[in-house]
Write a protein that binds this ligand. Structure first.
Ligand SMILES: NC(=O)c1ccc[n+]([C@@H]2O[C@H](COP(=O)([O-])OP(=O)(O)OC[C@H]3O[C@@H](n4cnc5c(N)ncnc54)[C@H](OP(=O)(O)O)[C@@H]3O)[C@@H](O)[C@H]2O)c1
Length: 295
């Protein structure tokens, strides 16, 4: 059964790496695993994986080496002194874009090719419909292993710059984190009035649906078109009005006795954009202020 399937090594058996190895095994790929701390591979070995005592043995077992660790320093630590010549390292760990670029130089100096990646699902989503990752680096190398990597989810190649996969990943994670944190703030605010999270949920869900709507009235679609053309009509909801409104939001949190870190930061950003002269523009003109680093 496994004869037609590419062998793969998985380095790092945390929540993500373990699920990746399990998914490769389930798809019929001969799978070798290694983790810094031993004792994390029993279930994988029972399912057919080969566990090695050293990272060097794991790397020697397969041309394709999939890495999922806490960051890129962990890759350096794990693979220091290991013969990487001819290996294709696919690192799905999180780090900064520049750290991925540095990791790529590090791998090249050792005769390996590094494909960088950002995986956009949590462990239960790996290999499930809708799962995808951003990949960057050498396209032809990625193409040669694409069928194996597709076992984890869709392969979205974004470009040769090795940092680009992480620019996409962090851009997406930023929206995920700030959206959910703002949701937590709002839930806490209504909670002070005895309103449950479940009572608020349908209103939030409707707002998110309207934002994401793909039709001509989809708010995100309208905002994106305006941003791409640097044209921010403000006749219906200008930025100054929103700046004043953002102060009201911050006051509501102060009056409720809650943390004000996020609402105060939002109000401060609006105030800067207003001071930058965008008061009569649409509130997405805020992007011009974001593009100007604080002096
Ligand atoms: N969990 C998610 O939902 C999710 C989703 C998308 C992306 N990610 C990213 O995927 C990566 C892995 O996440 P995870 O949830 O699997 O994390 P995790 O469960 O905390 O596992 C971390 C892994 O990194 C290894 N590690 C840490 N420091 C190391 C070092 N100095 N040298 C060697 N190995 C080291 C750990 O080995 P030990 O067992 O020896 O400690 C473990 O295998 C992270 O970059 C994360 O940001 C996670």
């Amino acid at each position: 059964m496994t004869n037609n399937h590419e062998a793969v090594t998985v380095i790092g058996l945390g929540a993500m790496g373990s699920k990746m190895a399990e998914t490769f095994l389930a798809a019929g790929h001969p799978t070798t695993v290694w983790n810094r701390t031993p004792g994390r591979a029993a279930q994988l070995v029972a399912a057919g994986a080969t566990e090695t005592k050293t990272a060097a043995e794991a790397v020697a077992a397969s041309t394709l080496v999939v890495i999922s660790q806490v960051d890129y320093a962990a890759m350096d630590n794990s693979l220091q002194g290991v013969d990487l010549a001819g290996r294709v390292l696919v690192n799905l760990s999180s780090d900064s874009p520049d750290r991925l670029r540095q990791g790529t130089r590090w791998a090249t100096e050792r005769g390996a090719t590094l494909i960088t990646a950002g995986i956009m699902v949590p462990p239960p989503g790996i290999g499930e419909p809708g799962a995808y990752s951003f990949f960057s680096g050498q396209r032809e190398v990625l193409e040669a292993h694409k069928a194996t990597l597709e076992v984890l989810g869709r392969v979205d190649y974004v470009g040769t710059d090795p940092g680009l996969s992480m620019v996409y990943y962090q851009a997406m994670l930023n929206v995920f984190c700030t959206t959910l944190i703002s949701y937590f703030y709002s839930t806490a605010l209504l909670g002070t009035a005895g309103i449950s999270a479940e009572q608020l949920r349908p209103y939030i869900a409707t707002m998110l649906e309207e934002l994401a709507d793909d039709g001509p009235m989809g708010f995100l679609k309208i905002l994106a078109a305006e941003i791409d053309s640097s044209n921010y009509p403000g006749a219906e909801n200008n930025l100054h009005m929103m700046a004043v409104g953002s102060e009201h939001i911050a006051h509501a949190f102060t009056q409720a006795g809650l943390d004000t870190t996020l609402p105060a930061a939002v109000a401060a950003l609006f105030a800067r954009a207003d001071a930058d002269g965008h008061g009569l523009d649409g509130f997405n003109s805020m992007i011009e202020t974001i593009r100007k680093p604080v002096a």
